[in-house]
Design a protein around this ligand. Structure first.
Ligand code: PMP
Length: 356
């Protein structure tokens, strides 16, 4: 606390990001990065941009990236004017909260979901109501009714990894035609189906995605949203009142190349999915309950040990995973899917801990 702070800042409870350790040689399975790395075409595009153009301001609209995203979705017929781009989906979400989710009535989101949502509510003074997940940690679409307000949920959910089928997403959209419904699809490429396919039919739908996960570009900080032009215009207005150059030249060049290399993207997602199934089976063999996941992580608990205890023992072996000191989920570990070798080390490490 400081006398110089505004009351708003004094009351903020900022987001605490997952640990980014300073030591090398750790097996890092704690922040849902993709172990396979970005397409080599991304690196080449960034190198070209680095050599040629850093003297110049970037395109404030990021038009080339909007076109690349639209053309990646050409079967659905998305126009560049239906795309918004920003500095990681965290920043895109910040603009969404400010521009589209502040209404007279509280916004709704699941009680167990991305922990940045309550932080944005605090920062932008947005009232919220959390909706409990079911006993099996699923979103119940019938619980989401909020006329003239806002609704947001991750799909697949984080940190549970559970996926809500598109027919249920559609049920939420249909029941809330006057409410902005934001689907945060950071993890959708690992086996889910994107709600971007529904954008033409639901003017109240906004889908947010990131290049941090499936495209393995967490360090580049690129996220985007797709929706009807009226919603996108709100985000552009917020952006132009805040930071007119949200994406630098290297990020724009790399992100465009990432959308152009479809093969790398597909291979990378398939590699993660294959390993996720192997890790899930391995954990079950060790006695864990593993929630069905469509993300690049699994959420698992052991009947005899807490998440905190297991995470501490894994850390002694140089393996870091995530656990949350929150009601209902404190027994769980959230384990990012790594390379085959890393996953092998994780399973072996857990086996040793449980035998001891
Ligand atoms: N949404 C969800 C549900 C997430 O888990 C994350 C990753 N922490 C993000 C959004 C933000 O991702 P990024 O800012 O790297 O695009």
């Amino acid at each position: 606390m400081s006398k110089f702070w505004s009351p708003l800042v004094s009351e903020l409870q900022p987001y605490v990001p997952g640990e980014q350790p300073k030591m090398a040689n750790l097996i890092k399975l704690n922040t849902n990065e993709n172990p396979f790395g970005p397409s080599p075409q991304v690196i080449e595009a960034i190198e070209r941009e680095l050599n040629d153009n850093l003297r110049l301001y970037p395109d404030p609209e990021g038009q080339a990236l909007k076109e690349a995203i639209a053309s990646f979705h050409d079967e659905i017929g998305i126009k560049p004017s239906q795309v918004f781009v920003g500095n990681g989906s965290d920043e895109v979400l910040a603009h969404i909260f400010q521009g589209l989710l502040k209404h007279e009535r509280p916004i709704l989101f699941p009680d167990i979901s991305y922990s940045f949502y309550p932080v944005y509510c605090g920062l932008f003074q947005i009232e919220s109501k959390v909706i409990p997940l079911t006993d099996s940690f699923e979103i119940n679409p019938e619980d989401y009714r909020q006329p003239n307000g806002g609704i947001i949920f991750p799909n697949p959910n984080a940190p549970t990894g559970r996926y809500l089928g598109l027919e249920h997403v559609e049920a939420i959209l249909q029941a809330n035609p006057d409410t902005v419904v934001v689907v945060d699809e950071a993890y959708v490429d690992f086996g889910g189906t994107s709600a971007i396919t529904l954008v033409h039919r639901y003017p109240n739908l906004l889908v947010c995605q990131t290049l941090s996960k499936a495209r393995s570009l967490a360090g580049l900080r690129v996220g985007f949203a797709v929706g009807n032009e009226e919603l996108i215009e709100a985000l552009n207005r917020v952006k132009d009142s805040f930071n007119s150059y949200p994406l630098d030249r290297l990020a724009l060049a790399g992100a465009v190349a990432a959308f152009e290399d479809k093969q790398w993207f597909e291979d990378s997602c398939n590699g993660v999915i294959r390993e996720r199934e192997r890790v899930s089976k391995g954990l079950e063999n060790l006695g864990f309950e593993v929630l069905p996941s469509k993300a690049n992580f699994v959420f698992a608990r052991h009947p005899r040990r807490t998440g905190e205890d297991l995470a501490a023992h894994l850390r002694q072996q140089g393996i870091i995973v995530r656990h949350f000191k929150k009601p209902r989920i404190s027994e769980f570990l959230r384990i990012t899917i790594g390379t085959p070798d890393q996953n092998g080390a994780l399973l072996k490490g857990l086996g040793k801990i449980l035998e001891a």
